[in-house]
Design a protein. Structure first.
Length: 109
């Protein structure tokens, strides 16, 4: 197979309806339920094809763990159901990653 240079590749992709665009991104943050992936000065490419856009992010990143969001209502419910103080209920919810049923099982078990 013969090597294809970048110019030929772009031309072929354009003929197939695929467009690529480099974005001048300063930072990209991907949030999950338990952590954030923070890319600083990443290489970001937007790829458009058949009416869909996808993004490719390349670079080094930092992982930051995040605590689950615990509502006051959840804390009160666990306090009442497990007959514990606020600090104990909140700690159980944090350990259970916000899962009320799991927090109650830990406290009652």
């Amino acid at each position: 197979m013969l090597p294809i240079n970048a110019k030929q590749m772009k031309k072929m992709m354009k003929q197939m309806g695929i467009e690529m665009e480099e974005l001048d991104a300063k930072e990209v943050i991907i949030k999950t339920s338990t952590e954030e992936l923070i890319f600083r000065n990443p290489n970001v490419t937007k790829i458009s094809a058949k009416g869909m856009e996808t993004f490719q992010v390349v670079g080094e990143y930092e992982v930051v763990k995040i605590a689950p969001q615990i509502s006051e209502e959840d804390v009160k419910l666990v306090m009442e159901q497990a007959n514990v103080d606020e600090e104990t209920a909140r700690k159980a919810l944090i350990e259970a990653k916000g899962d009320i049923a799991e927090a109650l099982l830990k406290l009652q078990g």
